[in-house]
Design a protein around this ligand. Structure first.
Ligand SMILES: [Zn+2]
Length: 336
C-alpha cells in the first residue's frame, strides 16, 4: 500500500517536472519580434573613401550584447568582444569556454584584424569570457577590472597585455580618450562578487562574477560617446559628464517598473545631455551571432516594455532613439 503510494507520488512528481521543463523550454523560445521598430534603425554608414576618412568619420558596429566595435578610421577599439555565445543548455547545465574558431570567424566577418584595445565593462561571461582570446587574435590590450584581469591571466595572456583599471582611469588610444567611470550592475541574481584568482575555462558560467561595473566615456575630437553595459547606475555619478550618444545597456531592464526606467534614463541619458540613445544588450545571447539577433525571451526580459519607455521618453525630451543593426558599421552621430 505504502509502496504503491510512493510509486504514484514519484510518477506524479516526474510528470510535474516534465511539465515544468516543457513550460520553461517553451517560454524561453517566446521572444518578441523586431517588426514594430522598422522605423527605428540606423542606416548603414556610407562606404569610406579618402575624403570621408579625412573628415574623421566615427563608425560603430554593434555585435550583440555589449560588444561594439568603435573605429575612427585609425584606431579600432572593441568593447567586451563576446562572440562564443554558448547555448542556454550549456550555460545552465554545463561549463563555458571561449571558442577560438567562432571568435576568429566573427572577427573576420566584422572586418576586425587589429585592435588597439578591448575594454570590458564588467566580468560576467557574456562580457569578459572571450576578451583574452580576442586580444590574442588581434594584438589588443585587455582593459578592465581586477576581475577581468584574472579572466585574462586564466587564459594565459601575458601580463604586459593586461591593464587593470578602476573608477576614474583615463586612457588614450590614438585620438580616442577613454574615461572609466564606476557604475553599478542592474540587481540580478548574478550581481556582485569578484574573480580573485586566474580563471581557467571551461568553468560554470556563474564563475564569471561581475567584478565591478563601469560606464565608459569615449571622446574623439569633438565627438563623445557613453557606453553603459549594464542597466544599473550610481546616483549623480555622471553629473558634469557630456556625451552626444549613449549606447544604453537594456539587458533585463524591461522587467523593472517604470519608476526604475525613468531613473535610469535620467541618470544615464538625460544627465549627460545625450542627443541619441542606441540600446544595446537587448539580444538573446544564447543564440549564435550567425543568426539574426532576436530580443531576449519574455520569461527573462520585456523588450517591448523597454522600447515603449525609451521611444516615449525620447519623443518627450527630443532625444533620438535608434537601434543599430548587428554587424553593420553605422555612423552613430549621423543627422545629429
Ligand atoms: Zn552582467
Amino acid at each position: 500500500m505504502v509502496k504503491r503510494l510512493v510509486i504514484r507520488l514519484g510518477l506524479g512528481l516526474l510528470g510535474l517536472a516534465a511539465l515544468v521543463g516543457a513550460w520553461v523550454a517553451w517560454q524561453l523560445n517566446d521572444r518578441p519580434g523586431l517588426e514594430p521598430y522598422a522605423a527605428h534603425w540606423l542606416p548603414p554608414a556610407p562606404a569610406l573613401d579618402a575624403s570621408a576618412a579625412a573628415a574623421a568619420p566615427l563608425r560603430i558596429t554593434f555585435l550583440g550584447v555589449a560588444t561594439v566595435l568603435l573605429d575612427d578610421g585609425e584606431t579600432p577599439l572593441l568593447i567586451d568582444g563576446f562572440f562564443t555565445r554558448p547555448s542556454m543548455a550549456r550555460v545552465v547545465f554545463g561549463r563555458v569556454a571561449p571558442d577560438p574558431d567562432t571568435i576568429r570567424r566573427q572577427l573576420a566577418k566584422a572586418g576586425i584584424q587589429r585592435l588597439a584595445a578591448v575594454i570590458t565593462v564588467h566580468s560576467h561571461y557574456d562580457h569578459a569570457m572571450d576578451t583574452p582570446e580576442v586580444a590574442r587574435q588581434t594584438g589588443a590590450l585587455v582593459i578592465g577590472s581586477a576581475s577581468t584581469a584574472n579572466v585574462a591571466r586564466g587564459a594565459g595572456l601575458a601580463e604586459d597585455r593586461i591593464r587593470t583599471v578602476d573608477d576614474g582611469a583615463r586612457l588614450q588610444f590614438g585620438r580616442w580618450q577613454v574615461t572609466v567611470i564606476g557604475s553599478r550592475h542592474l540587481a540580478t541574481g548574478f550581481t556582485g562578487g569578484t574573480i580573485d584568482e586566474p580563471l581557467k575555462p571551461p568553468v560554470r558560467a556563474t564563475r564569471y562574477a561581475e567584478g565591478g561595473s563601469y560606464s565608459l566615456l569615449l571622446r574623439n575630437g569633438a565627438r563623445s560617446l557613453l557606453v553603459q553595459g549594464s542597466a544599473g547606475f550610481i546616483q549623480d555619478k555622471l553629473q558634469g559628464q557630456k556625451a552626444d550618444v549613449v549606447l544604453l545597456g537594456v539587458g533585463a531592464l524591461g522587467k523593472q517598473d517604470d519608476r526604475y526606467l525613468a531613473q535610469y534614463w535620467a541618470e544615464v541619458v538625460a544627465q549627460v545631455g545625450a542627443k541619441r540613445v542606441i540600446p544595446i544588450h537587448w539580444d538573446d545571447f544564447t543564440l549564435p551571432l550567425d543568426e539574426p539577433l532576436r530580443p531576449g525571451p519574455r520569461l527573462l526580459d520585456d523588450f517591448e516594455h523597454t522600447m515603449r519607455f525609451l521611444l516615449d521618453a525620447g519623443r518627450r525630451e527630443r532625444i533620438d532613439v535608434k537601434l543599430a543593426p548587428a554587424g553593420v558599421a553605422v555612423d552613430p552621430f549621423a543627422g545629429l
